[in-house]
Each structure stands twice: as structure tokens, then as C-alpha cells.
Design a protein. Structure first.
Length: 125
């Protein structure tokens, strides 16, 4: 029962989040990241270790969504998880001047979708 009610939804949400992050950041907005980092005289971090850290982030995000979903509705879970998972990250990386201009045009709707689907998966399973 623990496997079906806890591990399965977290694992499925983690897979969804990882795929969503990969598609968005590798195919849709990678050039924004690379160009912005180059303008700062930096190299965009895209080594396998960086991918592994994003995998860990996806797992932690899914676990957090699972915990929040126990006390809140689907929409509340989506908005709360999106706020702490994305908005807070953008505030920090914006403050560090490594947030590319124009990224949020794509990132806001896609990250809301990501948080919603992950929340739905957790609630559904």
C-alpha cells in the first residue's frame, strides 16, 4: 500500500518533472541560457553532473508536491509548489544576474503546466 500511495505518485511526478525540465531547457530555451552566460563571460553549466543535480531537484520538487497535496486542493497545491519551486528560484538567479532576459515568457506558462501536471499526478495516484 505504501508503494502504491506514496512511492508511485512521487516517482511518476519526478519522471514528468524531469522530462518537462529537459525539454524546456534543452530544446526551447537553451540558446537563451547559453547566450546570456556568454555575455557574462561564463560557460553555461551543462555537464552530466548538472543534469544529475536537476534530477535530484525534480525528485525533491515531487516530494514537496506530495507533502503539500495532503493538505491542499489541486489548484492550491499547484500554485504553492510553483511559487516555491520556480518563482523563488527566479528571484535568486535574477538577483545573481544569471537569469536570461526573455526566459520568463516561456518559463512562466510552461512551469505552471509542469507544476499542475505533477500536482495532478500526485493527487490522482
Amino acid at each position: 500500500m505504501f508503494l502504491k500511495k506514496t512511492i508511485l505518485p512521487v516517482l511518476l511526478a519526478t519522471i514528468w518533472i524531469s522530462i518537462s525540465e529537459f525539454v524546456r531547457n534543452e530544446f526551447l530555451v537553451k540558446s537563451l541560457w547559453v547566450n546570456h552566460y556568454q555575455s557574462l563571460g561564463l560557460t553555461f553549466p551543462s555537464a552530466p553532473l548538472n543534469g544529475a543535480v536537476w534530477g535530484l531537484w525534480s525528485l525533491l520538487f515531487a516530494i514537496s508536491i506530495f507533502i503539500i497535496s495532503k493538505k491542499f486542493s489541486l489548484i492550491e497545491t499547484t500554485l504553492l509548489s510553483w511559487l516555491y519551486g520556480f518563482v523563488m528560484m527566479w528571484v535568486v538567479i535574477g538577483n545573481m544576474n544569471v537569469l536570461p532576459e526573455g526566459l520568463l515568457i516561456y518559463a512562466i506558462p510552461l512551469s505552471l503546466l509542469e507544476a499542475f501536471v505533477a500536482s495532478w499526478i500526485v493527487k490522482r495516484f
